[in-house]
Design a protein around this ligand. Sequence first.
Ligand SMILES: Nc1ncnc2c1ncn2[C@@H]1O[C@H](COP(=O)(O)OP(=O)(O)OP(=O)(O)O)[C@@H](O)[C@H]1O
Length: 626
Amino acid sequence: MSFWTNLFSRISAKRPRPDGKPALTLRERAAALRNIPAFMRLVWQTSPRLFVLNALLRLVRAGLPLAMLYIGRLIIDEVVRLNQGSAGGPVPLTPVLTLVALEFGLAVLSDALGRAVALLDSLLGDLLANYSSVKLMEHAAELDLDQFEDAAFYDKLERARRQTLSRTMLMSQLLGQAQDILSMGFLAAGLVAYNPWLLLLLGVAVVPAFLGESHFNERSYSLVHSWTPERRELDYLRQTGASDDTAKEVKIFGLSGFLIERFRTLSTEFFLKNRTLAVRRASWGTVFAAIGTMGYYAAYLYLIVQAVNGRMTVGQLTFLAGSFARLRGLLEGVLSRFSSLAEGALYLQDFFDFFQMKPRIVRDASQPYLPFPRPIREGFRFEEVGFKYRNAEKWALRHLNFELRAGEKLALVGENGAGKTTLVKLLARLYDPTEGRILLDGHDLRAYDPAELRQEIGVIFQDFVRFQLPAGQNIAVGRIDERQNQTRIADAASRSLADTVIGKLPGGYEQMIGRRFAGGVDLSGGEWQKIALGRAYMRDAQLLILDEPTAALDARAEHEVFLRFAELTKGKTAVLISHRFSTVRMADRILVIEHGQFVEIGSHQELLARGGRYAELFRLQAAGYQ
Ligand SMILES: Nc1ncnc2c1ncn2[C@@H]1O[C@H](COP(=O)(O)OP(=O)(O)OP(=O)(O)O)[C@@H](O)[C@H]1O
């Protein structure tokens, strides 16, 4: 689908409104929490050393609040004792000074540990982001081409990719959570020893806030999740409205107003939905916080009464009130973090879901692959081959029966959309036929290792990639493991005529091409095509496929390319797709397809003599030149 058709169909398509989507059930949220162990394994795999160090430091840090509060209590009791007993004589200050020095030491230690933990978190987080991005890229590389063409898949990939930052935060939160729970355990032990009812009071004060938080987190996840297609569209509009690739057509067609308007409508709609949620969340948050404060003051009042009645010392009062306040803060933090952890775990679901997607073109472990024939002896045979794109209604190819003989140069001819590129993709096993089979030297293509098959096939598609790389590397991508082999690169460049382009570049083979990076020089369409053709020669494969490789070349360059092509691919099998009959006639045989169906096959002379579809198309084009 072309760029613009793509945009317009996305824009005009009706999509279900997010409001209609049911909120996530409790079971779904609980299921998402099951991702946390797998996630922690991922963190562990990222760097076991940093992980253990982080855990140890946090363990020490978890005990510090209790220790400091306890020393505080001792200091106050000692001061009160000194105050009461200081009738005249010298005051023994050593014990109290020792305690203060100890508390000072702990305060310094706490600060140092806090910074060390933050540092470790950030290092581990960076490593995790890199590690998970690499895993994502590795997995994406294993998937089939048609999975990338599926919108649902793309949404999933997009969500998994976007959440790198939230995964790093989730890691810090999980580790922080473990630390705070330990701290709470220590503090709670102190409170329980004095009065277990205080703990109950604490629960009553904090639980409403927790329930509120988790409710709003769930709403916010549902909103963001259901808006994934719209957010993708927003990104697309933003990029289309302001990018070097599109600037030309946007200006010529005066599209910026249209794009901006659509962006404004969509983004405002999302903003309003988000705002409603944020306002409700803030209002309820205030109410719940007030309940928490009430709980704290009730406990404080109770402790003061006890102290006034002489049932505890002033030191104990400070210790218990301090423990209570600290516990309340920690518990609130732990509970609200718990709901954001559950939210993070929901996002993790997307990440792990993505890894659950398996390619269909896979190795059958029970059946060893056949060794790839070197050289190919008979060639390829299509038997009743049919192919239908995922989600497409009609067949792109159907009932195809023909032979591509070893060493033959076969040209494919047909009108736009006839199925030529699809046929080539089947040969390279980017897809497998929906029905029928393709044989190579008498065996199903599926019996060979797809990686080995692709090694032996060099394809240059009409929409080849313009890599933003130096010129030499741009050719070397044809066989990337030979990228250091300058002789091979120069040889490929001279065969494809790319050397004439590179010779004119200020930096030669080292010259960055494309406009994305500083110092890059852009090339014309035909010049790019010569570079891309160089990749085919770089590959040195047994089967060479050129899908309209010369469309942007001028007449002289095309003639030269094809004279060389015939000579340079001697002994190799080649498939050529072209709309120019001057090129097509150089092939040994020509296969004509129409609406995905076989029409005729034969040499230029044979087909002309037959007076069929080919002869008709040929005369039509020839007439255009007279
Ligand atoms: N990724 C895709 N998903 C769904 N349908 C597709 C996809 N790619 C191609 N098609 C459809 O399959 C049919 C064959 O397309 P194909 O690209 O093979 O044609 P072609 O002969 O190479 O055309 P052209 O001369 O324009 O390059 C067309 O109807 C096209 O719309």
